[in-house]
Design a protein around this ligand. Structure first.
Ligand code: PLP
Length: 362
């Protein structure tokens, strides 16, 4: 068997940086000279303490978090957060503002609705099939938080700037663009991200929560549904997703040491996405599906002139070693997910393939 790998454009679980996978492989049977694999080590051991503390410290360094913030690792993916957020932060007379920019925001709203919490959808791009990012949002002013999705994985839109919510904390689903750019943390009360796009394997969700949010959270909740349970036990009230946290730590190390931190990561992401969008803009058969000013640097969505041609494109791409280019089943079309780990080499190879496909089919 060879180690031949494809150009992986899957939306998630997505490609991980090759040096990270190689490090996992080389230490998999004997982690840190322990004589055990990371999947066999007790989470109560000093070996694992080092891993989780390192992951927390790296997150704090990369995102420049001060000591107002806790970094937590939970299970249940990002979808679990949709329910935990209203449960923890809304009491009987409280309201939350939600910005609806697609499938994931809609699911977050639904969880507040199920719990019969008061909420207000203060902006939505549903009128144009979620093909743009709304601006000039009128917030209700008395909300406990503003919930938003920074990058819309399915449609391929992304907030270029975060809205000004005055002093109301933003709670942001950053599942598909966390650590792809620096952030002004003063705006955020809570950030969450399912790991499987920019951070590591699925099954782990990173949560960054500000202490005042934690202090104001509801307390009459089951233990595992309270953020404080995770915050006061360094994410180890119960057995945490050890392999996920270990891999996240290696990915963060890669961003910090090999990619040069988040400012450089952002520049690299701008370059990669720019190359692909520039090519699509000059093409006669590929068309992007979202407004130019709302384009995502992480998920590039595009269509071909017919369903037949799209099928042929995806089949030929797969044959030539380009994986994951089929759009989400709810919207069809094509999508190249180019998260942090996507290399410039993979982008230029994809463009070359798209170019030759265009020549053969026009
Ligand atoms: N939020 C966003 C922006 C996503 O892209 C996804 C999954 O693709 C989710 C939430 C759901 O994540 P999970 O499957 O970890 O619950």
């Amino acid at each position: 068997m060879t180690d031949k790998r494809i150009f992986n454009f899957n939306a998630g679980p997505a490609a991980l940086p090759l040096p990270v996978l190689e490090e996992i492989r080389s230490s998999f049977l004997n982690f840190n000279q322990s004589g055990m694999s990371i999947t066999e080590i007790s989470h109560r051991s000093s070996y694992f303490d080092d891993v989780i503390n390192d992951a927390v410290d790296r997150t704090k360094r990369l995102l420049k978090l001060d000591n107002r913030f806790h970094v937590l690792f939970l299970q249940g993916g990002a979808s679990f957060q949709f329910a935990m957020i209203p449960m923890n932060f809304l009491s009987e007379n409280d309201t939350a503002d939600y910005i609806n920019t697609g499938t994931w925001s809609t699911k977050a709203i639904k969880e507040a609705q199920i719990q019969k919490k008061k909420y207000c959808v203060v902006a939505s791009s549903e009128d144009k099939d979620f093909s743009y990012i709304p601006n000039n949002i009128k917030f209700s002013g008395n909300a406990k938080y503003v919930h938003m999705t920074s990058n819309n994985t399915i449609k391929g839109t992304q907030f270029q700037q975060f809205p000004d919510t005055n002093t109301v904390p933003i709670i942001c689903d950053m599942s598909s663009d966390i650590c792809s750019r620096p952030l002004d943390m003063d705006k955020f009360g809570l950030i969450y991200a399912g790991a499987q796009k920019n951070l590591g394997p699925s099954g782990t969700c990173m949560v960054i929560i500000r202490k005042d949010m934690l202090d104001a959270a509801n307390t009459d909740l089951p233990t595992m549904l309270k953020y404080s349970t995770y915050a006061y036990k360094n994410s180890m009230y119960n057995t945490p997703p050890c392999f996920g946290i270990y891999t996240i730590n290696l990915v963060l190390k890669w961003i910090e040491q090999e990619m040069g931190g988040l400012e450089k990561m952002e520049q690299y992401n701008i370059k990669k996405a720019g190359l692909l969008y520039d090519f699509i803009d000059t093409s006669s058969i590929y068309k992007t599906t979202v407004e130019k000013s709302s384009r995502s640097l992480m998920n590039v969505t595009f269509r071909l002139p017919s369903n037949e041609l799209e099928k042929k494109f995806i089949a030929q791409a797969t044959e030539k070693g380009f994986g994951g280019l089929k759009g989400h089943k709810s919207v069809g079309g094509c999508r190249a997910s180019i998260y942090n780990a996507a290399t410039m080499e993979s982008i230029t190879a994809l463009i070359e393939f798209m170019e030759s496909f265009e020549k053969e089919n026009t």
